[in-house]
Design a protein around this ligand. Sequence first.
Ligand code: ACO
Length: 436
Amino acid sequence: MSKEAKLELDGKSYTLPVVEGTEKEKAIDISNLRNATGFITLDDSYGNTGSCLSAITFIDGEQGILRYRGIPIEELAEKSTFIETAFLIIYGQLPARAKLKRFSDLLTANQNLHEDMKYHFEGFPSQAHPMAMLSAMINAASCFDPSLMRGENSGRFDMHVAQLISQVRTIAAFSYRKSVGRPIIYPKNAYKYTANFLHMLFSDPYDDYQIKPEVVRALDLIFLLHADHEQNCSTSTVRMVASSRANLYASCASGVCALWGPLHGGANQAVVEMLEQIHREGDDGSKFIAAAKDKTSGRKLMGFGHRVYKNYDPRAKIIKKACDEVLGSLAINDPLLEIAKKLETAALRDSYFVERKLYPNVDFYSGIIMRAIGIPVEMFPVIFAIGRMPGWIANFKEIHEDSKSRIYRPRQIYTGPTLNHYLPLDQRHTAKPNNA
Ligand code: ACO
């Protein structure tokens, strides 16, 4: 492969270095382009921009491949747990037994919020969206550990990681309890990560929720499948904030906000709302597909399409299978599952979706599993955020460990007015409405 690219511009010739990744992905390094030529590159929505070098996650969207630290998602889904995978993503390798135990003990030791945090929850109205509470409370939690403000020099990074992974789950459960007006349930040391979350969500003070292994496994799998996904909208946001040397909690709270939108982590909620609407209206899905194809309708087939995958999202394949298994073992017959399958079949036969390579993404079936577990739709993006925390932390760590990393600061091409001057108030004409 050529080690450099040639650029002809205004009669001059420039050479630009070519960078190649370990999986043979190629990029033209334009970091010196403006200095050399006066030009910048323009790539609205970053569809063709590599914003960093990263050793965490590999995706081949054309072939539907996803690997964390080189390990295929299918293997991790079958053999690992969320917590072991979190360690892998953050620290770069699968942990040996002693390291895994230490990590797990650290999570347990740090699962409780500072007792004063409870008063913060009281300030939210009962209808507050749990994503709003989650981002606000992650920032609030940072106020209880002053060593966070010392950043990477605190020597407590492992502790901060454990606090964040463990407490985000406690905050999420407390937010849910607040939103349904039920008492907060504290975590139990005896439970593992995902079982403990279910306990905090669904137990009552004198009536423990019966934890079913198949439910724990299904939710753990959802966390694991969401654990990282290279430079998506929320992870890029975390990196952007981290690049300013904001602390770990502030950086990850910004990730929660970016994730909230229906085009990203909010899609799982939007999918179930779409399926519910189809069910209510007794439609076979064809009206929805027609609307999604009509650019003037403002609608999309939620849970379909992906910026990177132009093939079946490998996570969607795994989730679809898990969906059948968990609903079967809980003897739940959810009409939304049938609707989703019919919708998928219809879309995959439709030339609009075929030509654009639009396939189901991870969000298409995950909501049906969460519904079966009893998790309300507003909590779906929160579940995604808990799962994505290891990826955000690993990306934060990469930025902080790179001695050459600089603050992220994209440029723009300005299209506003050219030089203009300040007019005193009495000289300004009031614009008249067209029909005046
Ligand atoms: N329904 C209908 N049309 C779609 C859909 C969809 N779900 N997704 C993309 N398209 C169309 C676009 O309108 C565009 O059509 P055009 O070429 O005629 O203009 C074409 O397919 C290409 O799509 P892009 O706009 O280039 O896709 P982009 O990469 O910008 O967006 C996104 C990706 C946001 C995921 C988009 O597919 C979408 O909105 N999907 C629905 C929401 C969703 O499921 N989000 C979850 C994503 S996965 C995640 O975050 C975990």
